[in-house]
Ligand binder design. Structure first.
Ligand code: PHE
Length: 448
C-alpha cells in the first residue's frame, strides 16, 4: 500500500486544521442569521442536537475511512470497495468542493473588502443607514466584487500550494488561536453593552412555537455544513494523520470547538443587535450591516470592527483551504511535484466558475435560475442537495463495506473509548443518520 508522503506534524495541527475547515461562514455568518429568522434559541438547540447525534457520528465515519486507507477520498473509497461505483462519493465530494468554493470565495471577497475598510474608513462618523448603502455598493460593484474574490482565492492558493505541513497546518496554527482570542474580546464587549440580556435571552431561551418542519430541516443542513461533512474533506484530511493519534478525541475536540464558536457568534451578535434596538431577522446582511452599525456607536468601534473582520477572514480562509485541498489532493494523489501547478490551475478554474456568483448581486441580479440568482441557486444545490446526499451515501457506505471490528479497531487506536460508546456510534451511523437525511429529503420534495 502506498502511503501518503504528506502528514500533519501533530494531533493539535490536525485538530486546528480540521476545526478551521469546520468553523467558517456556517458558524459565524449563516447560523446567526438563520437563527435570527427561525426562532433564536430553539433553532440553536436543535442545531446542537443534530451536530451531536448526526454530525459527530458522520465525522467519525469520514475520519475512519481516511485514516484506515491513508488515501485521499476517491482512492480511499476505491480501495475499500474495489470495482464498485462507491468511489463516486469521492468524485461527488470533489465537484461539491469545487462549486462550493466558487461561491464561498465571493463572500470571502466581501470580508477582504470589509477588512480593508476597517483600516481606512472611520465608521464612527457614519449613520446607521450608511451601512446598508455600503453593503449594497460593495456587493453590486462588479469590479470590486470580482477583484476581492480574486484576492481571497489567491491567498487560499498561496497557502494550499505550500502543502499540508508548511501550508495548511502552519497557517491554521496561527490563524485559529487568533480567531479564538479576537472572538472572546468581541463577546466580552458585546455582553457588557446595555441591555445585552435581551439578546442573550433571544439566542439562548428556546421558543419552540417558532420551530417548523422547514426550520428543522435547515438545522440538519446547518449541522452538516458547519462540520464540513458530506464532501469527504474529512476523509482526505484524516488520511494525513498518524496511526497512533486518537480519532475519537480529535472528532470530539473539533465538534466542541465548532459548537463553542457558534455559541460565541450568537453571543457576539445578538446582544449587540438588541442593545441597539435592531432586528435580529435582518437575514444575510446581519454581520455586514447590523454589526458595523453597532460598532460605529461604541468607543473603539473601529478596533472591534477590525478584530471582527480579521477573525471572519481567518475563519473563511481556513475553510477555503480544505475545499481547495480536497480538489487538489484528488488530482495529485499526493505526488508532491504536481502540487504547486495543480493548485494554481485548479484555483484559476474555481475563480472563473465563481464570476457569475460574484455578479449575482449586480449585473446578473435579474438573471434567474429556478427563480433564484446564480449565487442562490448554486448555494441551494450544494448546501441542500449535494452535501446531504454525500452525507447519506457515506452513512450507507461505511457500515456496509467496513466490518464492525475493522471500524472499532481503527477508532480504538490511541484511545481507550468504551465498547458501548462505539456500539451507540454504530447505531447512530447505520440507522439514525440515513433515516434522518431521507426524511429531510422527502420533506423537501413535498412527499411528507
Ligand atoms: N464548514 C464550512 C463553514 O462552516 C463550510 C464548508 C462546508 C467547508 C463543506 C467545507 C465543506 O463555513
Amino acid at each position: 500500500m502506498k502511503h501518503n508522503s504528506e502528514q500533519w506534524t501533530s494531533k493539535i495541527g490536525f485538530i486546528l486544521a480540521a476545526a478551521g475547515s469546520a468553523i467558517g461562514l456556517g458558524a459565524i455568518w449563516k447560523l446567526p442569521y438563520v437563527a435570527g429568522t427561525s426562532g433564536g434559541g430553539a433553532f440553536f438547540l436543535i442545531f446542537i442536537l443534530f451536530t451531536l447525534f448526526l454530525g459527530l457520528p458522520l465525522l467519525l465515519a469520514e475520519f475512519t475511512i481516511g485514516r484506515y486507507t491513508k488515501k485521499e477520498a476517491i482512492s480511499a473509497y476505491r480501495e475499500i470497495a474495489p470495482g464498485t461505483y462507491w468511489n463516486w462519493i469521492g468524485k461527488l465530494g470533489v465537484v461539491t468542493s469545487f462549486l462550493l468554493l466558487s461561491f464561498y470565495s465571493v463572500v470571502g471577497g466581501w470580508v477582504v473588502i470589509y477588512l480593508f475598510r476597517s483600516l481606512t474608513v472611520n465608521i464612527q462618523v457614519m449613520e446607521t443607514n450608511d451601512f446598508g448603502q455600503m453593503f449594497s455598493d460593495t456587493i453590486s460593484n462588479p469590479f470590486l466584487a470580482i477583484t476581492a474574490q480574486f484576492i481571497f482565492l489567491a491567498l487560499t492558493i498561496l497557502v494550499v500550494q505550500g502543502g499540508i505541513q508548511k501550508g495548511i497546518e502552519r497557517s491554521s496554527k496561527i490563524m485559529m488561536p487568533i480567531l479564538f482570542v479576537f472572538f472572546t474580546l468581541i463577546v466580552i464587549r458585546s455582553l457588557t453593552l446595555d441591555n445585552s440580556i435581551e439578546g442573550i435571552r433571544f439566542f439562548l431561551l428556546p421558543d419552540f412555537s417558532s420551530l417548523t418542519g422547514e426550520t428543522t430541516l435547515f438545522a440538519i443542513g446547518q449541522a452538516f455544513f458547519s462540520l464540513s461533512l458530506g464532501v469527504s474533506i474529512m476523509v482526505t484530511y484524516s488520511s494525513y494523520l498518524k496511526s497512533e493519534e486518537s480519532l475519537v478525541k480529535s472528532a470530539t475536540s473539533i465538534v466542541s470547538l465548532t459548537i463553542f464558536i457558534s455559541l460565541l457568534a450568537g453571543l457576539a451578535i445578538f446582544p449587540a443587535v438588541f442593545s441597539f434596538g435592531m432586528e435580529p431577522s435582518e437575514g444575510p446582511p446581519l454581520v455586514f450591516i447590523v454589526l458595523p452599525a453597532v460598532f460605529s456607536s461604541i468607543p473603539l468601534g473601529n478596533v472591534f470592527f477590525f478584530l471582527f473582520m480579521t477573525l471572519l477572514l481567518f475563519a473563511t480562509l481556513t475553510s477555503a483551504f480544505s475545499l481547495l485541498e480536497m480538489v487538489v489532493a484528488s488530482i495529485t494523489k499526493n505526488e508532491g511535484e504536481k502540487r504547486r501547478k495543480t493548485t494554481v490551475i485548479t484555483g484559476i478554474f474555481i475563480f472563473i466558475m465563481g464570476i457569475p456568483s460574484a455578479l449575482s448581486f449586480g449585473y446578473l441580479s435579474d438573471t434567474l435560475f429556478f427563480g433564484n440568482t446564480f449565487f442562490d441557486a448554486l448555494d441551494y444545490l450544494v448546501s441542500n442537495i449535494m452535501l446531504p446526499m454525500g452525507a447519506l451515501f457515506i452513512s450507507l457506505f461505511t457500515p456496509r463495506y467496513l466490518s464492525k471490528s475493522t471500524l472499532f479497531a481503527e477508532l480504538r487506536k490511541g484511545s481507550r473509548v468504551k465498547l458501548y460508546v462505539l456500539q451507540i456510534w454504530y447505531v447512530l451511523l447505520k440507522y439514525v443518520t440515513p433515516v434522518a437525511i431521507i426524511i429531510a429529503f422527502l420533506h423537501v420534495v413535498g412527499i411528507i
